[in-house]
Design a binder for this molecule. Structure first.
Ligand code: HEM
Length: 216
């Protein structure tokens, strides 16, 4: 059996999403579990615990940033190349959908997040002001991360739409028809398609400029 999807983009996706989960999970835990728990302790004990955590968590933060940057840039370059090669929207797809602008905003936000995430586990005098008010800067970094995840989902949905059918490179989930009610479920011949014209995929995919065929 052929592997049903492009392994490079799948690996990049796994790496990107896992790194984002690790980085954001660490921020959530620090803000809403660790800091409140430490507030019951005296200042000396708190400093000792922060230092002990810092040494252990720093490699994870650096690793997550490296993976996010590498996989994100690779994702973007591969996608850009495909849009150009296939002439999506006569080569205007990126500006028609504001994908470039969204990517630019996301990239800048990500750099700010990386700065604060590193400062929170750093020990340089220049970033001490961040660690002097951990609760505030953790909350701000988490808010920015949420914005980045929302932007990313938006960017993705611009070209994948709600679902990908077998006619557009997605995986067929039933050999007889894509209008089934789930994996391995029998097809009801009277069933309507799950998505009617106009609500399957992004607006772009509904136009004649779409690179793939419409999924009926
Ligand atoms: C705070 C750091 C970041 C977070 C939390 C984050 C999160 C995400 C998430 C959740 C997705 C959607 C993945 C999916 O549905 O498969 C995504 C996709 C993506 N990310 Fe990031 N990301 C971050 C940093 C970056 C950076 C630094 C870059 C570029 C250098 C980047 C470029 C991309 C690209 C190109 C996509 C694909 C969007 C699409 O499908 O069109 N990301 N990111």
């Amino acid at each position: 059996m052929d592997f049903p999807m492009d392994p490079t983009t799948l690996l990049l996706r796994w790496a990107h999403v896992l790194a984002a989960i690790i980085a954001m999970g660490g921020l959530m835990f620090a803000r809403f579990a660790l800091l409140p728990a430490l507030s019951d302790l005296d200042a000396q004990t708190r400093t000792a615990i922060h230092e002990s955590i810092r040494r252990r968590w720093l490699p994870w933060v650096i690793g997550a940033i490296t993976v996010l940057l590498a996989s994100g840039l690779a994702n973007f370059l591969l996608f850009n190349a495909r849009v150009k090669a296939e002439g999506w929207g006569d080569g205007l797809w990126m500006s028609q959908t504001s994908y470039h602008a969204l990517f630019g905003a996301k990239f800048l936000l990500a750099l700010v997040i990386f700065y604060f995430a590193s400062a929170l586990v750093g020990r340089g005098a220049g970033t001490q002001w961040v660690r002097n008010d951990r609760a505030k800067w953790l909350s701000i970094t988490l808010g920015l991360s949420l914005a980045v995840v929302l932007l990313s989902g938006w960017m993705r949905q611009l070209h994948t739409g709600q679902n990908k059918g077998p006619g557009d490179g997605g995986v067929r989930i039933n050999s007889s028809d894509s209008r089934d009610s789930g994996v391995g479920m029998p097809v009801d011949p009277a069933a309507q398609p799950r998505y009617q014209d106009g609500d399957a995929g992004s607006k772009f995919r509904d136009t004649d400029d779409a690179p793939g065929e419409r999924v009926k």
